[in-house]
Design a protein around this ligand. Structure first.
Ligand SMILES: Cc1cc2nc3c(=O)[nH]c(=O)nc-3n(C[C@H](O)[C@H](O)[C@H](O)COP(=O)(O)OP(=O)(O)OC[C@H]3O[C@@H](n4cnc5c(N)ncnc54)[C@H](O)[C@@H]3O)c2cc1C
Ligand SMILES: *[C@@H]1O[C@H](CO)[C@@H](O)[C@H](O)[C@H]1NC(C)=O
Ligand SMILES: *[C@@H]1O[C@H](CO)[C@@H](O)[C@H](O)[C@H]1NC(C)=O
Ligand SMILES: *[C@@H]1O[C@H](CO)[C@@H](O)[C@H](O)[C@H]1NC(C)=O
Ligand SMILES: *[C@@H]1O[C@H](CO)[C@@H](O)[C@H](O)[C@H]1NC(C)=O
Ligand SMILES: *[C@@H]1O[C@H](CO)[C@@H](O)[C@H](O)[C@H]1NC(C)=O
Length: 610
């Protein structure tokens, strides 16, 4: 169970001969146990060396070390977020602290502080692109929204990579293996906002990650659900059984009682910390993958400048995430030849797909003044104190929610787009929505006052713009060059305009009349024509940090595919990529569930000798 961990207990866990710091691997080459006082086995050999202790990396660390038959090392640039970011990373509402577009309030101990190139989709601004630099990776940094993709999207995945194991009927077992479903707590939520039990939940019985309903919801959500239903988004049992089109209540990766964040660190690492065959090198960068010919044999690493190398007897597994996995591959000699040549990196394999094809989901909101309590829940010190009490003593109140809800999905009504765009959108399967709707309690840019504001944010989940990541030097310590390129494709621009109009239709629907006060506040008057809407979209949109597909999985015949359906890098031996970079495309919606499932599936395959 995820609890608010006192810093002291973790410090003690690190300082005492805890397995994180001190358990010896089963065999050590070079000098054993250098770094004496902490007993860190530098220059050691393991069966598996995992780069990145994030969402996927810690699933692998747990599963590959479970039987005791294999030794496993994890290299993670960050450390325990409970220490480096206190309860800021644990309490749902506080995800907004340090979430700014700039860097002033971002804690570098848990975030990579990546700055993109000037993004057309953000009016030419460079944006802060958050990524978790901590154990648990982005699962320790994200907004905890949990749902699964659609049956059709996983069928497309299976077809594209030539592996039926990704069809929903088979793949779903791994979504279930990674999670435990918890019913909504009717004693904490009002009757009109307590979902009926999702029958699919019964199949997620004892996985490491808790998926739960919040013990508190933004009141306006109940009205928005009436409006989305009236507009054709029919209620469905939930978003975890391979269907999304429709409306429902959303789940999050939190402990059902305490409402503390569950992450790959709490769910997969903590229960495995005592294993003597699992070593975590935290606060340690992988700086290069080492090869003998085309076979990966180890990883060069640095703990605050102290350099060493780990040898991998069986495999090196790259789980550094969608920005750092391609960066490390390129630095290590696998990537587009022209890029490697430019930085004097000797080419081990010319792999033109590395760093290409970034997919992401743009979001844009509309805001109204409302008559129900919404943005003023925490606007005085007294309210904050009471919220802290409710949260700590009862696991409820506004701190137990991030302050919004995912409520509905739909194919954009075709009347709102041109026939050309409709035809482009129709390339995805029938169950793949174009738009996702979230309820939000305010929107960036709005100065707080004594009134309540709320709105709907629309997220584009069927997009055509693609970005890139490339290197700026041959060193892992120089930030990669990231172009998300969102909203650059004309289809995405048209969909954004249509989605924006749809968000307005929801907020101005007659079911909302009882709670909405007056005219739209943001963007408000002056944003009516498509050109005006597009201007607002570009000035006010963001992505929701779903960067992926930069070392994509595919068939050998696809020149841009970097890994096969088992995550193995084409043309290289003993090197696998398991993380958001290695998916063939971004399924609709939020990707965390898919990353957990992918890592579970590939852990199974590795243990099965594939
Ligand atoms: C702000 C934010 C909000 C999000 N909200 C949601 C949401 O609500 N729901 C959802 O489903 N998804 C959400 N996502 C997306 C989701 O969290 C990610 O897609 C997913 O966690 C990615 O998993 P991963 O294993 O690919 O990478 P990560 O979990 O990011 O793991 C990569 C790890 O590798 C480490 N690393 C990188 N380079 C090195 C190196 N050289 N040496 C050592 N270690 C290294 C990193 O520090 C990190 O720990 C969000 C993401 C963010 C950032
Ligand atoms: C969060 O941690 C700080 C110390 O870092 C502590 O003062 C505060 O009471 C904690 N808040 C909650 C809600 O646990
Ligand atoms: C490199 O691989 C070759 C061929 O498998 C092997 O003979 C050699 O010992 C390896 N070298 C090292 C340093 O592991
Ligand atoms: C690891 O081995 C390399 C090469 O032998 C050596 O240069 C380095 O100092 C060693 N590092 C540690 C921390 O022992
Ligand atoms: C768009 O498609 C609809 C339905 O197929 C058709 O009736 C209409 O004429 C088309 N409009 C244009 C401008 O081509
Ligand atoms: C929008 O314009 C109308 C007409 O000029 C005005 O009555 C209304 O108050 C304006 N609303 C806002 C939010 O500015």
């Amino acid at each position: 169970m995820a609890r608010l961990t006192s810093i002291l207990s973790l410090v003690l866990a690190l300082a005492s001969p805890s397995p994180t710091a001190a358990a010896p691997p089963d065999s050590i080459s070079g000098q054993p146990l250098l770094g004496s006082s902490f007993g860190i086995p530098f220059n050691a050999t393991y069966d598996y060396v995992i780069i990145g202790g994030g969402t996927a990396g810690l699933v692998l660390a747990n599963r590959l070390s479970a039987s005791g038959a294999h030794s496993v090392a994890v290299l993670e640039a960050g450390s325990f977020y409970e220490i480096s970011n206190s309860n800021q990373s644990q309490i749902p509402r506080w995800v907004w602290n340090g979430a700014g577009l700039g860097f002033g309030d971002v804690n570098p101990l848990v975030d990579w502080e990546i700055e993109t190139e000037p993004e057309e989709g953000s009016g030419g601004a460079r944006i802060h692109y958050p990524r978790g630099r901590t154990l648990g990776g982005s699962s320790s940094r994200n907004h905890m929204v949990y749902h699964r993709g659609t049956k059709g999207s996983y069928k497309k995945w299976a077809d594209e990579v030539g592996d039926k194991g990704y069809e929903w009927d088979k793949f779903k077992a791994y979504f279930e293996k990674s999670t435990t479903f918890n019913k909504a707590d009717g004693s904490k939520r009002l009757a009109n906002s307590t979902p009926a039990e999702d029958p699919a939940g019964a199949r997620s019985k004892d996985g490491p990650v808790s998926i739960s309903y919040t013990n508190w919801v933004l009141p306006i959500t109940s009205w928005v659900l009436k409006a989305t239903e009236a507009l054709g988004m029919k209620p469905i049992p939930g978003f975890i059984d391979g269907d999304l089109i429709g409306s429902s209540w959303n789940m999050r990766t939190t402990d059902p009682k305490t409402q503390v964040r569950d992450s790959a660190e709490t769910a997969y690492l903590r229960p495995a910390l005592k294993r003597r065959n699992l070593i975590v090198y935290h606060t340690t960068y992988a700086t290069k993958i080492l090869f003998n010919g085309t076979e990966a044999v180890g990883v060069r690493a640095s703990t605050l400048g102290k350099a060493f190398a780990l040898t991998a007897r069986k495999e090196v597994i790259l789980s550094a995430g969608a920005i750092h996995s391609p960066q490390l591959l390129m630095i290590s000699g696998i990537g587009p030849k022209a890029t490697l040549d430019k930085y004097g990196i000797s080419v081990l394999k010319d792999a033109p797909g590395v760093g290409q094809g970034i997919e992401d989901h743009p979001a844009i909101g509309v805001t109204y003044k409302v008559r129900v309590k919404s943005s003023t829940f925490l606007d005085t010190p007294a309210k904050n104190e009471e919220a802290v009490r409710e949260y700590l003593e009862e696991g409820t109140g506004p701190l137990s929610s991030t302050g919004g809800e995912l409520v509905a999905w739909e194919k954009v009504p075709r009347r709102l787009v041109s026939n050309k765009t409709a035809a482009a959108l129709d390339v995805v399967p029938k169950d793949w929505p174009d738009l996702e709707f979230l309820v939000t309690s305010s929107y960036p840019g709005l100065a707080p006052d004594k009134d309540d504001y709320a709105g709907v944010t629309v997220v584009l989940v069927n997009t055509f713009s693609r970005g890139t990541v490339t290197i700026a030097s041959s060193s892992i310590f120089d930030q990669a060059i990231v172009h998300i390129n969102f909203l650059t494709h004309p289809v995405d621009q048209e969909l954004a305009i249509a989605g924006f109009k749809r968000a307005r239709e929801i907020m101005t629907h007659k079911s909302m009349a009882a709670v909405v006060v007056g005219d739209e506040v943001l963007p408000g008057n002056g944003t009516f024509t498509d050109a005006q809407i597009l201007k607002y979209v570009k000035a006010g949109s963001r992505t929701i940090s779903h960067v992926s597909c930069t070392c994509k999985m595919g068939k050998k015949s696809d020149p841009l595919a970097v890994v096969d359906s088992e995550g193995r890098v084409f043309g290289i031996q003993k090197l696998r990529i398991v993380d958001a970079s290695g998916i063939p495309f971004l399924p609709p919606g939020h990707p965390m569930s898919t990353i957990y499932a992918l890592a579970e599936k590939l852990a199974d395959r590795i243990l099965g000798g594939k």
